[in-house]
Design a protein around this ligand. Structure first.
Ligand code: PEP
Ligand code: MG
Length: 604
């Protein structure tokens, strides 16, 4: 790259890990041969051997990965579970069984069958409306690359050989490759592919090294030895900076590092107010793969596992064994931390193609969630059996969604008991006292929260739906989005009623709607005395940071005052007047690539 012509050239990407550094680029040599794979037709007598060649490659890839896990240095011990999820991905039904089926059905070579399968699975992920799910496509690619290495005999990239303080420039980095980075040698990294929620970004974030991903053609524009600035806050890379820019960036780097030290402290450990009150902060997830992010961002448990995903995008229903393995894996990764598995919330705007749905004029008011499950006891029982079996492996509890009448809870618990008895007779191992809770998402449930509280072990308020059903605002209709106001005094009054009912019965009051993820709502939610708030994982550090600035006693008084207001904008203004200073810090944190819109359910 010529010095004269390209001073201060800026490349824009995604800031996947905050931080700023200045250093020499190191272009990583990576073998990319999968695009050269050609289809070979096989005679019938060779099919079995080809399937075995594929199985052998997967088992070698797993051995290889196991070796990575064993060799992981102390810096990465906290991330071993990311590699554990890759172990699972290598045996993932879609990838593993899908490739074998391709070999057998189309009588083709394993490499091509794997390539086709990866494309198909990637395509399914890419169609997801939620960006987090779309990004899981890169996990499939990284896992399949480990198998390609075995099938094609290509060599893995050697990051551990780097012996200078550099900024790595690569086309893409898998989590396995990322865990080879030696922190004392690498100042940061930038890649052509990848995004904010890729696991590579997640690892970089917790290691505290800046990373900019998705730069498209950085590897083409840069050579080893070029001086670059990586600005993970703004998602920028500056090539060949002049003296003035370098000086400015050294100053920014220093200011940012002082601020970051404070926020990082807030994401680890419990969220305790200035006067010693603890608020439990948990994560909401919809896929097993997200558990990595949940833990990485300081989630103390899973407050809501949306289980629908396993039923969507497939022609048949998942088997009890499929579900059991998924829940057990989750339990094992969480190692004793609490996991709240919500039973199926199908219907509304989520329809599994394996189930015959009748046309509904108002699906949000129709056969959805617990109503659907009670009318389809076989599907319900299969899921309950899987959850109960998984309960032997961790700290699992069950939650029923969209309860609108107490009879539903009684009936759901009866089916659960019946299921437990059957398992018992079969001699299957499970925990006998799995806690059961209900979601409060419908106004009728709010007004009989005291009755529901007698029947269950916890209540969890789903404000996404509660607001929809209380104000008659379709949560996915953009035209009425401005009417969707979590800080409306009516919402606050409903939360207050539910918390009081839970407290009167000595049970936990949680909130798992996405309003918990926005720092502006936090002073009131804390003051309303919720025990637990759960949210999209990446919002956790910012929220914990704010909790630590607040006094519980002050927010209790403040929340009482908010209950007497008339409009959401009054409440909002009072929050800003009273707590604006603390929230500004959180907003700064969230705007650095961390901001998150409410994670609405994928419309299928
Ligand atoms: C809710 O309704 O607030 C909730 C958490 O559930 P979901 O978003 O999955 O409907
Ligand atoms: Mg809901």
């Amino acid at each position: 790259m010529s010095e004269e012509t390209t001073k201060n050239m800026v490349l824009k990407g995604v800031g996947a890990s905050m931080g700023i550094d200045i250093g020499k680029a190191y272009l990583l040599e990576q073998e990319h041969t999968t695009h050269l794979i050609e289809e070979r037709q096989l005679p019938p007598e060779e099919i079995e051997a080809e399937v075995n060649r594929f199985k052998d490659a997967v088992s070698k890839a797993r051995q290889h990965l196991r070796q990575y896990i064993e060799d992981v240095s102390d810096d990465y011990q906290d991330h071993v579970y990311i590699l554990d999820t890759y172990m699972m991905l290598l045996k993932d039904k879609m990838l593993y069984d899908g490739t074998i089926e391709q070999i057998q059905k189309h009588r083709i070579n394993a490499e091509h069958a794997l390539k086709n399968t990866v494309e198909k699975v990637k395509g399914n992920f890419k169609k997801m409306p939620d960006p987090y799910f779309r990004d899981r496509a890169s996990d499939i690619v990284h896992a399949s690359n480990l198998i390609f290495e075995q099938l094609l005999g290509t060599k893995p990239t050697k990051i551990s050989d780097i012996d200078k303080r550099v900024i790595i420039v690569a086309r893409d980095l898998s989590p396995a490759e990322t865990t080879q980075i030696q922190l004392e040698r690498v100042k940061g990294f930038i890649t052509d592919l990848g995004s904010h929620t890729s696991h590579t970004g997640i690892i970089a974030r917790s290691l505290g090294i800046p990373a900019v991903l998705g730069l498209k053609d950085a590897t083409r524009r840069l050579e080893t030895g070029d001086l670059i600035i990586v600005d993970g806050n703004a998602g920028l890379v500056i090539i060949n900076p002049d003296e003035e820019t370098i000086a400015q960036y050294y100053d920014r780097k220093e200011r940012f590092e002082t601020f970051q030290a404070q926020v990082t402290r807030a994401s680890e450990g419990p969220a305790v107010t200035t006067d010693g009150h603890r608020l439990e902060i948990q994560a909401n997830i919809s896929m097993l793969e997200e558990v990595v992010s949940a833990l990485d961002h300081g989630g103390e448990g899973i407050g809501l596992y949306r289980t629908e995903f396993l039923y969507l995008n497939r022609p048949d229903l998942p088997s009890e064994q499929d579900l059991f393995e998924n829940y057990r894996d989750l339990a094992e990764i969480m190692r004793g931390r609490q996991i709240t598995i919500r039973t199926l919330d199908l219907g509304g705007d989520k329809f599994a193609s394996s189930i015959q749905w009748s046309e509904e004029i108002n699906p949000a008011l129709g056969l959805r969630a617990i109503r659907f499950c009670l009318q389809s006891p076989d599907i319900f029982k299969t899921q309950l059996r899987a959850i109960l079996r998984a309960s032997a492996f961790g700290n699992i509890r069950i939650m029923f969604p969209m309860v609108s009448r107490v009879e539903e809870v009684i009936e759901a618990k009866r089916i659960l008991e019946e299921t437990a008895e059957t398992l018992d007779k079969e001699g299957v191992l499970f925990k006998k006292d799995v806690p059961v809770g209900v979601m409060i998402e419908v106004p009728s449930a709010v007004f009989m929260a005291d009755i529901l509280a007698e029947k269950v072990d916890f209540l969890s308020i789903g404000t996404n739906d509660l607001i929809q059903y209380s104000f008659a605002i379709d949560r996915i209709n953009k035209q009425v989005a401005s009417l969707y106001q979590p800080l409306h005094p009516v919402v606050l009054k409903m939360i207050d009623l539910v918390v009081k009912a839970a407290k009167a019965h000595g049970i936990e009051a949680a909130l798992c709607g996405e309003m918990g993820a926005d720092p502006i709502n936090l002073p009131v939610l804390l003051g309303l005395e919720l025990d637990t708030i759960s949210m999209h994982p990446i919002s956790i550090p910012g929220i914990k940071h704010v909790v630590r600035q607040l006094s519980f006693e002050d927010t209790r008084r403040f929340a009482r005052e908010m209950l007497t207001q008339h409009t959401a904008s009054q409440v909002r203004q009072l929050v800003l007047d009273t707590y604006g200073d603390f929230l500004e810090m959180a907003a700064f944190f969230q705007s650095n690539g961390q901001a998150q819109l409410p994670a609405y359910r994928p419309a299928v």
